[in-house]
Design a protein around this ligand. Structure first.
Ligand code: MN
Length: 199
């Protein structure tokens, strides 16, 4: 398990995500999730040899004593690796190819999808995530989860995650979660999302 290496500097997503938020989010919050996950499985070769996707998909079958830690910190590790990966200072701001076709089929338009994601993030009470997920037939859906819960345990693969924990926006946006949700689309790279869709 390894924290994703950032391909951009902490201030690269300004003004949409401020440098201090990025640095704290990546170097403190995400690092802590990663360290806690590693510590939880360091003495268990069997768990160490499994992928994070496998662990999070089969949470209920894990040993009781590590279940909560893997749900919370393994989820935090996995969710943020995806989140930081799909953000870019030079994003492709529109989906294309198969992904665009599927978006039009499942949501009617890209605009509708964006609105659904914003509404999912706004209506998540407390901390959590808004997701664009694909099912086993590559159909798309927007869902939300609480805390660091992942779509994996629901049998769904996330291709885009938007962090709506206050630590992700509060320094700049204060209580205005909607402004954060609208602005984050300025730094979401749909080429990257498409890579996850095609995986
Ligand atoms: Mn976060």
């Amino acid at each position: 398990m390894k924290q994703l290496e950032l391909k951009y500097s902490f201030d690269a997503l300004e003004p949409y995500i401020d440098a201090l938020t990025m640095e704290t989010h990546y170097s403190k919050h995400h690092k802590t999730y990663t360290d806690n996950l590693i510590n939880a499985i360091v003495n268990n070769n069997q768990l160490q040899n499994r992928s994070i996707e496998d662990l999070l998909t089969n949470l209920d079958k894990l040993p009781k004593e590590v279940q909560a830690t893997i749900r919370n910190n393994g989820g935090g590790y996995y969710n943020h690796n995806l989140f930081f990966d799909i953000l870019s200072p030079n994003p492709s701001k529109n989906p294309s190819n198969d992904l665009l076709n599927q978006i039009n089929k499942d949501f009617g338009s890209f605009e509708n999808l964006k609105n659904e994601l914003i509404n999912a993030g706004l209506s998540q009470f407390g901390s959590g995530w808004a997701w664009l997920v694909k099912d086993e037939n590559k159909n798309l859906k927007v869902i939300k989860t609480a805390n660091q819960d992942t779509p994996l345990e629901l049998g769904l693969s996330p291709i885009l995650g938007i962090d709506v924990w206050e630590h992700g926006y509060y320094l700049k946006y204060k209580n205005l979660r909607k402004d954060y949700l609208v602005n984050i689309f300025e730094v979401i790279d749909w080429n990257k999302v498409e890579e996850y869709y095609n995986k």
